[in-house]
Design a protein around this ligand. Structure first.
Ligand code: PBG
Ligand code: ZN
Length: 320
């Protein structure tokens, strides 16, 4: 007890650091826009972030690799949308072409994850097919299987279904295995909340919905037990990695998932709204950017995440 025991004695030596971040657990999300023929365009809602042409995305991934980042998560913005989101499983769709080009240039030196959802590809902007004004689950599963196969064919290492449809992991595993893609992994957005923090992303990925909201498929923020159930189901359906999203407002969920399912790889998505809050406050001089960024990422790791998807991946890697 005090006064013999003094916690400040050791603290002032700065010797003990329980949680250590490393570059290779950061995943960089990238937006690839089929409308852009060359170069990149800034995303207004996410200062410092860009949409890339297919060719420019290859350079961006190469740069991320050179900074020590192992993995990227690709989102596609197609030139053409329709009611059924058919571009999402086009062999020559924007994401499929980008995956092939990145693979051609960088070989197996990068882990390519593809976001697997319909919302960027449909005119209505929902994550599933619509019948009578409602997002229907089971007919959507068939499309998700097709998207998975087209992404795996292009060379994705991991597909990441983000639409929160029931049975999506099982349907995707089955579709992949039937086509022989037994080594393609699934990172499931298992506990994805219906969050206001996705606002900036919807501009970035052009995936805003035209009616209703996402509350029939994404989770209510007040619910934690339900998240554990969602994660358990996805593990049982064959998810190789499960994800909690968003990260910073949901550290308790990350921590509870970690405690309950000790042996499953766990990812957390530090989403667009979290990025923009920190970035805009830093730009205005109200927060010190490097400090708040590293504090946020350390908190996500400390809560229990093995992998962190973050728009700050490059900047954090430079500091690590
Ligand atoms: C769409 C999707 C979203 C994000 C990833 N995939 C947005 C949404 O569900 O509305 C959010 C990512 C972010 O905000 O950074 N399935
Ligand atoms: Zn979606």
């Amino acid at each position: 007890m005090f006064p013999e025991l003094r916690m400040r004695r050791l603290r002032s030596l700065k010797l003990i650091k329980e949680t250590r971040l490393s570059k290779d657990e950061l995943i960089l999300p990238l937006f690839i826009d089929e409308h852009i023929a060359k170069g990149k365009k800034p995303i207004a809602s996410m200062p410092g972030q860009y949409r890339f042409s297919i060719e420019e995305s290859v350079n961006e991934v190469a740069e991320a690799r050179s900074l020590g980042i192992k993995s990227v998560l690709l989102f596609g913005i197609p030139a053409k949308k329709d009611e059924g989101g058919s571009e999402s499983f086009n062999k020559n769709g924007v994401v499929q072409r980008a995956v092939r080009r990145i693979r051609e240039e960088l070989g197996d030196d990068v882990v390519i994850i593809t976001d697997l959802c319909l919302c960027e590809y449909t005119t209505h902007g929902h994550c599933g097919l619509i019948e009578n004004g409602k997002v229907v689950n089971d007919p959507t599963l068939e499309i998700l299987g097709k998207i998975a196969v087209s992404q795996a064919e292009a060379g994705a290492d991991i597909v990441a279904p983000s639409g929160m449809m029931d049975g999506m992991v099982m349907a995707i595993r089955k579709a992949l295995d039937e086509e022989g893609f037994i080594d393609t992994a699934i990172m499931s957005y298992a506990a994805k909340y219906n969050s206001a923090l996705y606002g900036p992303f919807r501009e970035a990925a052009d995936s805003g919905y035209k009616f209703g909201d996402r509350s029939s498929y994404q989770m209510e923020c007040a619910n934690a037990h339900e998240a554990l159930r969602e994660v358990e189901l996805d593990i049982n359906e064959g998810a190789d990695i499960v994800m909690v999203k968003p990260a910073l407002f949901y550290l308790d969920i990350i921590s509870r998932v970690r405690a309950r399912f000790e042996n499953v790889p766990l990812a957390a998505y530090n989403v667009s709204g979290e990025y923009t809050m920190m970035e805009v406050a830093s730009e205005n001089g109200y927060l010190r950017k490097n400090e708040v960024m590293m504090e946020a990422l350390t908190a996500i790791k400390r809560a229990g995440a093995d992998l962190i998807i973050t728009y700050y991946a490059k900047e954090a890697a430079k500091l690590l």
